[in-house]
Design a protein around this ligand. Structure first.
Ligand code: PAF
Length: 250
């Protein structure tokens, strides 16, 4: 606990899920840095980037109340002074989320590497909600022998099952109701039932719904003890993702 630094990288619009990350960070370190930076490199369109919710004053208050000792909201030039040395996520960055969001994970790794360079954390905390992101960051840290512990925190859900996301505030009431089909599908515990459940909601358009092995991110072999359902799709113009360990509700 002594003298270590925990970093919670965020893009702001903090919700209860982020606050769990901050609380976990505070259990690990006395110094908890919460970074808030909406990273243009991980958005595919300027429209999506400009729609992303921003509330620095509110976020700062929430982060401090949850245990942050420093809220760090750098501007673009601080994060990317001069030419950007892009980091490639490789083949894993091109499947599932990566297939639907070209270059997204390269953008994530590039910003995370800049944030790590500045903050020099001993721990970096990420949510399981972005499970492929978590997998890619862990893999990259391991392959490069960075002396940083990547700590993951389970997804926080509303009482009706919807995974918390900064984007949820953009859902209409009807869209929010339709979005509940995602966690309902994940709870069925197998791919066929997942697809059938999703098909029962006409206002949800599936991008993918698969069961992967969480150790490899490949399609889960029959009988896998570490199978995880992953779903992405669209509801009222918003793209939502979620995942769950098969046979659990997390
Ligand atoms: O998960 C997020 O909010 C972002 O992808 C991250 C890790 C802060 C990088 O911009």
């Amino acid at each position: 606990m002594q003298d270590s630094i925990a970093l919670v990288p965020t893009m702001g619009a903090l919700h209860a899920g982020h606050l769990e990350l901050i609380r976990r960070a505070r259990e690990l370190s006395e110094t908890v840095i919460v970074s808030i930076f909406v990273n243009p490199l991980q958005f595919e369109s300027a429209a999506d980037l400009s729609k992303y919710p921003r509330d620095l004053a509110g976020d700062t208050e929430k982060a401090i109340a949850a245990g942050a000792t420093k809220v760090w909201a750098p501007n673009y030039n601080e994060v990317y002074p001069g030419e950007i040395a892009k980091i490639s996520a490789g083949a894993i960055g091109e499947i599932f989320e990566g297939r639907h969001r070209t270059g997204h994970f390269d953008g994530v790794l590039t910003v995370v590497s800049r944030l790590f360079d500045y903050a020099k954390p001993d721990y970096a905390i990420f949510g399981e909600k972005d499970f492929q992101q978590l997998f890619i960051i862990k893999k990259w840290v391991k392959e490069n022998n960075f002396p940083i512990d990547i700590v993951s925190v389970p997804t926080v859900r509303d009482s009706d099952g919807l995974a918390l996301s900064s984007r949820n505030i953009q859902l209409t009431p009807a869209g929010r109701r339709a979005a509940l089909i995602i966690s309902q599908a994940l709870r069925t515990g197998n791919k066929e039932a997942m697809l059938q459940t999703l098909a029962s909601e006409p206002d949800f358009q599936v991008d993918y719904a698969e069961v992967i092995d969480e150790e490899t991110f490949e399609l889960a072999p029959p009988g896998s003890q570490s199978a995880r359902g992953i779903i992405a799709g669209w509801v009222n113009g918003l793209r939502l993702i979620d995942n769950m360990r098969m046979g659990s509700d997390q």
